[in-house]
Ligand binder design. Structure first.
Ligand SMILES: O=C(CO)[C@@H](O)[C@H](O)COP(=O)(O)O
Ligand SMILES: [Co+2]
Length: 226
C-alpha cells in the first residue's frame, strides 16, 4: 500500500451529537465516518446502534466505518449491514464463528475487518487473515474516547506487517485510539493505512484543519517527505 493515500476516519464518538449534521459537514474532506457501537457489556460504555449508521449514510458521502464493540457480533452484524455499513469491524475476542461473520459481511457487499485489543497478539488472526479486507489494531483498550495511545502498538503494527508478508495477505490496517497529528506519522510508518481520530478532530474548533493535519502527517509517515 506504499503509494495509496492514508485514509482518515474521524470517530463520531467525540462529535457534538446535538449538531451531528454540521459535524458531518465539517469532516466532509475525510474518507470514512467511524461509528463506535458499544453495548454496555463488551465495554462499559453504551453508544450507537443501526439507526445511527443509517442516518450517517443518508447524510453526505462519507463511508460508514462501523466498529462493533459488542459481546454478540455473530447475532447483530446483520442489523448493521442492513443499515448500510460500508466497513464492519468485529472483535476477534468476542466472535464465536469469525469466518461466518466475514462471509456474511462480504455477502452484503461490505468490507470485513477484525479488531484486536491491545492485549491480543497478531497471531490470533493468522487463520483468517487471507479473508480480511482490513485489520483494526486497537491502540487503547476499547470503550472510551480521549485515552492515550499505547506505545507498544507500533511494534505490534510491525509484527502484523511481517505476518501479512509471511501469509501473502494484504489487508488495510486501521489504528484506533489516541491517534493525533503528533503520532500519526510514526503510526503510518509502522504500517497503518487508516487513522481513526476522535478527540484530535472533534476536540479542535476547526475540524477540517484537524483532518488536513492528519492527512499531512500520514503522507509524511508514508513517504518520509513533509
Ligand atoms: O473505538 C474507540 C474507543 O473504544 C475509538 O474509536 C475512539 O472513539 C477513539 O477516540 P480517540 O482516542 O481518538 O479520542
Ligand atoms: Co473505534
Amino acid at each position: 500500500m506504499e503509494d495509496a493515500p492514508v485514509l482518515i476516519a474521524p470517530s463520531l464518538l467525540s462529535a457534538d451529537l446535538l449538531d451531528l449534521r454540521s459535524e458531518l459537514e465539517a469532516i466532509e474532506t475525510a474518507d470514512w465516518a467511524h461509528i463506535d457501537v458499544m453495548d454496555g457489556h463488551y465495554v462499559p460504555n453504551l453508544t450507537f446502534g443501526p439507526a445511527m449508521v443509517a442516518a450517517v449514510r443518508r447524510q453526505g458521502d462519507l463511508a460508514a466505518d462501523v466498529h462493533l464493540m459488542v459481546t454478540n457480533p455473530d447475532e447483530c452484524v446483520g442489523l448493521y449491514l442492513d443499515a448500510g455499513a460500508d466497513v464492519v469491524s468485529f472483535h476477534m475476542e468476542a466472535a464465536r464463528h469469525p469466518h461466518r461473520i466475514v462471509s456474511q459481511i462480504h455477502a452484503a457487499g461490505a468490507k470485513a475487518a477484525v479488531a484486536l485489543n491491545p492485549g491480543t497478539p497478531v497471531g490470533a488472526l493468522e487463520a483468517l487473515l487471507g479473508e480480511l479486507d482490513m485489520v483494526l489494531v486497537m491502540s487503547v483498550d476499547p470503550g472510551f474516547g480521549g485515552q492515550s495511545f499505547i506505545p507498544s502498538t507500533l511494534g505490534k503494527l510491525r509484527d502484523l506487517r511481517r505476518l501479512c508478508e509471511r501469509v501473502g495477505a494484504a489487508p488495510l490496517v486501521e489504528v484506533d485510539g489516541g491517534v493525533g497529528d503528533v503520532n500519526a506519522a510514526d503510526i503510518v510508518a509502522a504500517g497503518a493505512d487508516v487513522l481513526v481520530a476522535g478527540s484530535s478532530v472533534f476536540g479542535r474548533p476547526d475540524r477540517a484543519a484537524a483532518v488536513e493535519r492528519l492527512r499531512r502527517a500520514g503522507y509524511l509517515g508514508r513517504t518520509g517527505r513533509a
